[in-house]
Design a protein around this ligand. Structure first.
Ligand code: ZN
Length: 374
């Protein structure tokens, strides 16, 4: 059979028309913004190099980030959440994970502490966030700071398994990691105040141990070289005790900054010698500390921007449940006095307090944060 010439031409015309309709209806979406020469090439239009475009994009990214910082991260119902960012933040003092109360805590009891915190809306924050009052936990929650003194192996030690180093599952770090795997919205955050002699012991080098902790968001800081009674030392001896450990940690973790110190036995130097905690030097190595913790049972736990906050005499609560003023005593206290608790508004750049409480804020300590009353 022979096709008619006309029919063939008609078919071709129809096909072409169809093709035209289809292409004109399909919106042309460029996959990428014009970046290269071909797309931007026009007479009189200045050519942007890829580097320039990337630079601009980076600037825009930065502007977006700045905007994020300036504006509140979340909008919340203040009356419902009732944030109180001048309320109490407990700093808990632990030592070993062992059966020797009240300074040590068994594995079961430590888990019980964490579970209570979790169930009652406490969330651990890092010591660095505490110092800067950079509270990023969700609105409605109370920050809590966990500290471990003396660098004991039961608080942290590495073990070797199949040629790899991992945290002993029964040390405090192992327990915290297991806990935050079980409850992922409870981050493992804690600070370890160490002495100079073989901190933590166990497998791996001191460097391995320090790096393991820092990489996972924990902090390490200073508890003097020999766990010294600072009340009995002179200026030179105090600086040696602090400077040696400061140099040891910074010798391993270069660029690591430490802001807080913990007094062995909770004992401070004689009054005229206390300035050597804040700054000093040993064998040419200089150190500074913004804050120093004493021992519990003590309180009240006003936050760093509170007018009553004493930077070199910060209380901690003993991680125990035996005596008045211990952790479980305070758990109970805050259940009965919930308005005393720090309640986050979820925005680290805004300090939200109930009307009338703003007079307790030390305005110089705000570091650019805004005060919001409701
Ligand atoms: Zn100690």
């Amino acid at each position: 059979m022979r096709h008619d010439k006309k029919t063939i031409i008609l078919r071709i015309c129809l096909l072409l028309a169809l093709l035209l309709i289809v292409t004109s209806c399909t919106p042309t979406i460029p996959k990428e913004p014009p970046k290269n020469m071909e797309q931007g090439e026009k007479e009189g239009v200045e050519q942007e190099t890829i580097e320039e475009v990337e630079e601009k994009e980076e600037m825009i990214d930065q502007e977006n980030k700045d905007e994020e910082v300036d504006s509140p991260a979340v909008e919340i119902d203040y009356q419902q959440i009732q944030p109180n960012e001048i309320g109490h933040i407990m700093v808990v003092m632990y030592h070993g994970i062992m059966d020797n109360p009240p300074y040590h805590r068994t594995e079961e009891d430590f888990w019980k502490d964490l579970k209570y915190m979790y169930d009652h809306n406490y969330r651990p924050i890092s010591i660095q966030d505490y110092v800067k009052q950079n509270i990023t936990i969700e609105a409605g929650y109370t920050p809590i700071v966990l500290t471990f003194d003396d660098g004991l192996p039961s608080t942290f030690s590495l073990i070797e398994e199949n040629g790899e180093l991992k945290a002993d599952p029964h040390c405090a770090v192992g327990i915290m990691e297991r806990f935050s795997e079980t409850y992922p919205d409870f981050k493992a955050r804690a600070t370890f105040y160490i002495n100079g002699h073989d901190p933590f012991e166990g497998a791996g080098s001191v460097k391995d141990r320090f790096e393991y902790l820092i990489e996972r968001g924990y902090d390490i800081s200073n508890h003097t070289d020999t766990h010294a009674d600072l009340a009995s030392l002179n200026a030179e001896e105090i600086q040696k005790e602090i400077g040696k450990v400061d140099a040891m940690i910074k010798g391993i973790l270069t660029d690591y900054s430490m802001d807080t110190f913990s007094y062995p036995f909770g004992k401070r130097p004689k009054e005229e010698l206390r300035k050597w905690i804040g700054a000093g030097s040993y064998e040419g190595h200089e150190y500074t500390y913004q804050m120093a913790f004493r021992e519990g049972p003590s309180g009240p736990f006003v936050p760093p921007i509170h007018t009553q906050f004493e930077f070199y005499n910060v209380p901690r609560v003993r991680g125990s449940e035996g005596a008045e003023g211990d952790l479980w005593w305070y758990f109970d206290f805050y259940e009965k006095n919930p308005k005393q608790r720090y309640i986050s508004d979820g925005n680290p750049n805004r300090i939200a307090v109930p009307e009338g409480k703003e007079s307790n804020i030390q305005v110089e300590a705000l570091q650019g944060k805004e005060i919001y009353t409701y």
